[in-house]
Design a protein around this ligand. Structure first.
Ligand code: HPA
Length: 233
């Protein structure tokens, strides 16, 4: 059975799927890190691949940007393709001076300014968190490899161009290490379906120092994060 967004058949995806935002990153990972690769999705150019890493079956697919996009793809992977664990590999903006360009941030939890959790009808506020076992494995791999790594809360924002450009400082004051646009929806979807999720992020820009990385530099730090995710998968 395929879906409106995914032409793969049941069994085409591995139990663990790595989800970068950019589908061309998914292609890069498949071509550079996996063996015996098969393309399993191409709908809307949201490329998905299944192959092997050190003999382990693993899939990689793009998620697109933002919670509505990752929400569609992760729901379908979990609910219709038997996927058990999704590891998002993305980038984020740093909210604190300790998080430097290219550092890794593992999102232990995610806050949001989105209405995502409204659908669950909860009588309160939902805290979206990572799967601890997956998080611990990723942290241990980062330590072994000697990568500068931070573990903590982040903000998953619906807004990239904010009309209040300094409002992020309120989230920083509450301990959020950085900002991206997907993790809350992934964590909440995993929880609602009894599945596992983790978000590993590299710092691509800093709202504190206003520094930015170049596309070429991002590729290198992205490779390091990829190796971490593949070891965990
Ligand atoms: N804001 C939102 N998402 C992001 C950013 C940012 O500064 N950097 C990378 N993803």
């Amino acid at each position: 059975m395929s879906t409106p967004h995914n032409s793969a058949k049941m069994g085409d995806f591995a139990e663990t799927v790595l989800l970068p935002g950019d589908p061309l990153r998914a292609k890069f990972i498949a071509e550079n890190f996996l063996t015996d690769v098969v393309q399993v999705n191409g709908v809307r150019n949201m490329f998905g691949y299944t192959g092997y890493y050190k003999g382990k079956k693993v899939s990689v697919m793009g998620s697109g940007m933002g919670m509505p996009s990752i929400g569609i793809y992760c729901y379908e992977l979990y609910a219709f393709y038997g996927v058990k664990t999704i590891i998002r590999v993305g980038s984020c903006g740093a909210y604190v001076p300790e998080c430097k360009l290219y550092d890794i941030i593992i999102a232990q939890g995610a806050c949001t300014n989105s209405n995502w959790a409204h659908q669950y009808g909860l009588p309160g506020t939902y805290s979206a968190i990572a799967d601890f076992e997956t998080l611990k494995k990723a942290y241990d791999v980062c330590q072994e490899k000697g990568y500068r790594t931070h573990v903590g809360n982040i903000l998953s924002s619906d807004i990239f161009y904010n009309d209040q450009p300094e409002v992020w400082q309120k989230w920083a004051k509450m301990g959020c290490l950085g900002v991206e646009m997907e993790s809350y929806a992934l964590y909440a979807t995993a929880a609602s379906l009894g599945k596992k999720a983790l978000c590993i992020l590299t710092v691509s820009d800093s709202l504190v120092s206003k520094e930015e990385t170049t596309a070429e530099e991002r590729q290198t730090s992205f490779k390091q994060m990829m190796e971490v995710a593949l070891e965990v998968a």
